[in-house]
Design a protein around this ligand. Structure first.
Ligand SMILES: [Zn+2]
Ligand SMILES: [Zn+2]
Length: 441
């Protein structure tokens, strides 16, 4: 059900993003960059699509615990029960979110929401794909209080959807509202890496929890928020975004010499590292004035990525509407295709030549597969309309492959010219057709 409501809300999300872009451009303060927005929304897509496989964690476990332990069943037809459930959820969310920042095993999941160095409505859609693995634990007190699973599922969604509108720089301070509810101002502070804002303002709907538990801070105009994380991602690859912190934890566990330290990596506060590993492989120090990540892909690569991203988005929405009837292997195929597409598009936006090559292979493979599966009714069953529309999709995929091949060819030609120019002292990093430009904030 959650996927259906999120996909129904998708047109509203995009209408508001269009409005925010138009407003920003008109006021001369556009807060969007194409590659960052594609990366953020792509991470939201990946989160929804991967969520299909962990439904049992998100709602199944709650329902099971509720059946086993709930001393009573609060009536779902009472407005008070809904209000109580929403407040209770928001309190559990506060602690889930707070520990999501304070403990690195939970930060490894939540970090995805914070990696963007921009702050706009697309940042709200930037969600983790691994949050369900441990997140369910935080909401079990609601089952013990007798809140039925169907009420739990709806208030969880309300809490999530509420947080959409607070991800904007175009709404300023709102007076008393900023001290009672989560708002654009206090949530901007939550996303900031400035020392004064770090690990503050965890509230989902109510910011009152932060004032109660001592984590509230007001936005200070003299210290404007700088967005992102203190260890920047510097990548448009959505798969890497999801495993970034897990990977560095694994590195530390493998390289630590003491077993006690290896286990401690799992439960330690965020940023903790074994002494020996920290000495051998120190991390870059943090600087507030660091440039934003801004690789320069060519205009044709960016236009191509935008068009393909629209296709992938449509495919993901279609899959989410239909997935409940899909056999597991078909769902896995959809997930793999969407994850691959988002990754190759991310590489193209990073200006990597390998991105355009893989994109050519992906689109050609998709076109050929669509032509082939007409003979495979099990797969074609889920596709819209007749087999005729499969042929149209196949033609679109093959045309996309031709475009991607042209972009790949151009980027290799440009690289060849650069290599010739290298004789005169210029050089480029291996595997990239463009280096990251230094961009002031
Ligand atoms: Zn957070
Ligand atoms: Zn946020």
């Amino acid at each position: 059900m959650q996927e259906r409501i999120i996909t129904l809300a998708t047109p509203v999300f995009f209408a508001l993003i269009a409005l925010e872009i138009a407003w920003g451009v008109r006021r001369g303060r556009n807060t969007y960059r194409l590659d960052d927005a594609i990366n953020s929304i792509g991470l939201g897509v990946l989160s929804q699509v991967s969520g299909v496989f962990v439904r049992v964690l998100r709602i199944g476990l709650y329902a099971g615990v509720f059946d086993a332990v709930a001393p009573w069943r609060l009536p779902a037809d009472s407005a008070w029960v809904w209000l109580f459930a929403l407040l209770f959820y928001d309190l559990c969310y506060y602690w889930h979110h707070r520990l999501g920042h304070e403990r690195q095993i939970l930060w490894a999941a939540h970090v995805v929401h914070h990696q963007s160095e921009d702050y706009n409505l697309s940042t709200a859609l930037r969600q983790t794909s691994s949050g369900a693995l441990l997140g369910w634990v935080f909401y079990l007190p609601m089952a013990f209080a007798g809140i039925p699973p169907e009420v739990f599922a709806v208030v969880a969604l309300v809490d999530l959807l509420y947080q959409y509108w607070i991800h904007t720089q175009h709404i300023g301070r709102l007076g008393w509202f900023d001290r009672v509810f989560a708002s654009p101002s206090n949530h901007r502070a939550h996303h900031a890496v400035n020392a004064r804002y770090l690990d503050r303002n965890y509230g989902g709907i109510l910011i009152v929890w932060d004032r109660l538990f001592g984590t509230f801070v007001e936005e200070d105009d003299a210290d404007p928020p700088v967005y992102g994380t203190r260890a920047p991602l510097r990548s448009w690859n959505p798969l890497w975004a999801n495993v970034e912190v897990y990977s560095s934890m694994l590195h530390d566990m493998v390289h630590a010499r003491r077993w006690r330290d290896r286990l401690r990596v799992l439960v330690a506060p965020t940023g903790w590292r074994p002494d020996d590993v920290r000495d051998d492989a120190p991390r870059q120090s943090f600087s507030l004035g660091r440039p934003r990540y801004a690789p320069q892909a060519t205009r044709s690569a960016r236009t191509y990525a935008l068009v393909q991203f629209a296709f992938v988005l449509a495919a993901a929405v279609y899959f989410l509407q239909w997935q409940e009837r899909a056999p597991l292997f078909e769902s896995l195929a959809w997930f793999a295709w969407i994850a691959l597409a988002l990754t190759t598009l991310g590489w193209m936006l990073e200006g990597r030549r390998i991105g355009a090559l893989l994109e050519t292979a992906r689109c050609a493979g998709t076109g050929l597969a669509l032509l082939a599966v007409q003979a495979w009714p099990g797969f074609a069953r889920g596709m819209p309309g007749s087999t005729g529309s499969l042929e149209v999709l196949a033609a679109a995929a093959l045309a996309s492959a031709a475009c991607a091949a042209w972009i790949a060819w151009r980027s290799f030609a440009a690289w060849r010219d650069e290599m010739r120019g290298a004789a005169h002292g210029a050089s480029t990093p291996l595997g990239r057709s463009a280096s990251a430009r230094v961009e002031p904030r």
